[in-house]
Write a protein that binds this ligand. Structure first.
Ligand SMILES: [Zn+2]
Length: 301
C-alpha cells in the first residue's frame, strides 16, 4: 500500500496513520476537510498525497488543539493548497504564535533552545475561523464539534458519519501502556471529556495516537484508569516535598525514565496539572516554607 493511501473508517471518513493520526472527511462534491495535520511539512505532504489518492479536493483544515504534533503540517498545506484553517479559541492564539508552547512549558520564561524543536514548536499557521461546539456545515458535511477539553486547555473533537475523530481526548490503549503519565493540562475536564467520548454513541473512535476502535467502552475505561493511576501516584508523592520531588517520585512509581529536557518539562506540566486537580478536589495542599513550594497529601477523613 502506498504511504499516502488513507484507511477508510466509514463511507466519508478516512485517516492517515502516523505518530499522529490525521483524518480526511469527504463531502458530496468530492471536497474534503482535513482534521489535524501531523508533525511537519512531511506530514502535510502525505496528506496532500492522500487527497490525490482519493481524488478529493481539500478545502479546509480543522485543528483539534494547538500541540505542535497536530498542526505542524498546516504551514505546508496552507501555502500549497490555500486551505482555510478552523481552530478552537485559545488554541488559535498558539497556532498563530507557536513560541507560546515552549514558553508555557518553561513557566512563562524564555525557554532553553532544547524546547524550541519541531516537537514542541511548529511553524505558525493562520487561523481563518474560530470553532465553536455544535453543528458546523463545511464541504456539504454536517460536522458535530464537541468540547473535549482537558488534554489541552481547549480541545475539540469532531463527530461525523458514525466516527468520532477524538484526537487526544483519549489515547489508544497501547499508547497508555507506553506513557503512563498521559499528557493533560486540566485533569478534571480531561476526565469529563473521556466520559463524554463514551456517551457520544459513535460506532468508531479514532484517537490522535494509537489505533481506531469500535470497543469504545474499553478505550474510555483504559483512559479513565490511567488518569486515576496517575492521580494516585502524584498524590502519594506529596510528602511535604517540592514539585521537582513530586515529579521524581511519581515517575519512579509509574516506571517513567526522563532523559531529555523536553520530556522533563512535558512531564512536569502533567504533574502540575495533577497537583492543581488534587488540590481542587481536596486531596493535597500546598505551603511555601523556606522559599520552597511544598505539596502534602491530605489524609482522608
Ligand atoms: Zn496533544
Amino acid at each position: 500500500m502506498p504511504a499516502d493511501a488513507p484507511i477508510q473508517l466509514s463511507e466519508r471518513v478516512f485517516y492517515l496513520p502516523g505518530s499522529v493520526n490525521a483524518a480526511l472527511v469527504v463531502g458530496d462534491e468530492r471536497e474534503a476537510v482535513i482534521v489535524d495535520t501531523g508533525q511537519d511539512k512531511d506530514a502535510g505532504r502525505r496528506l496532500k498525497g492522500a487527497c490525490a489518492h482519493l481524488g478529493v479536493t481539500p478545502i479546509a483544515i480543522l485543528n483539534t488543539h494547538a500541540h505542535a504534533d497536530h498542526y505542524g503540517g498546516n504551514d505546508f498545506l496552507v501555502r500549497n493548497l490555500g486551505l482555510s484553517v478552523y481552530a478552537p479559541p485559545f488554541e488559535a492564539s498558539i497556532l498563530q504564535n507557536p513560541y507560546l508552547e515552549p514558553v508555557y512549558l518553561f513557566h512563562g520564561a524564555k525557554p532553553p533552545q532544547e524546547l524550541l524543536s519541531k516537537w514542541l514548536m511548529a511553524k505558525p499557521s493562520p487561523v481563518n475561523q474560530l470553532l465553536a461546539p455544535g453543528r458546523l456545515e463545511l464541504a456539504g458535511l454536517a460536522l458535530e464539534i464537541l468540547d473535549t477539553s482537558g488534554h489541552a486547555h481547549t480541545h475539540y473533537a469532531v463527530n461525523v458519519d458514525g466516527v468520532l475523530i477524538a484526537a487526544d481526548a483519549v489515547f489508544g490503549t497501547d499508547v497508555l501502556d507506553k506513557y503512563p503519565l498521559p499528557f493533560g493540562q486540566d485533569v478534571a475536564r480531561q476526565i469529563a471529556s473521556a466520559e463524554r467520548v463514551a456517551d457520544v454513541g459513535a460506532r468508531t473512535v479514532l484517537p490522535g495516537h494509537g489505533d481506531p476502535t469500535e470497543d469504545v467502552a474499553a478505550l474510555v475505561g483504559a483512559n479513565l484508569a490511567a488518569f486515576e493511576r496517575a492521580a494516585a501516584a502524584v498524590a502519594a508523592a506529596c510528602t511535604g516535598v517540592p514539585t521537582s520531588a513530586v515529579l521524581r517520585a511519581s515517575c519512579r512509581a509509574l516506571g517513567i525514565v526522563i532523559n531529555d529536557l523536553p520530556r522533563y518539562h512535558l512531564n512536569l506540566c502533567v504533574v502540575s496539572a495533577y497537583l492543581s486537580y488534587l488540590r481542587e478536589t481536596g486531596r493535597v495542599e500546598l505551603s511555601i516554607i523556606d522559599n520552597e513550594l511544598r505539596w502534602t497529601a491530605v489524609a482522608p477523613v
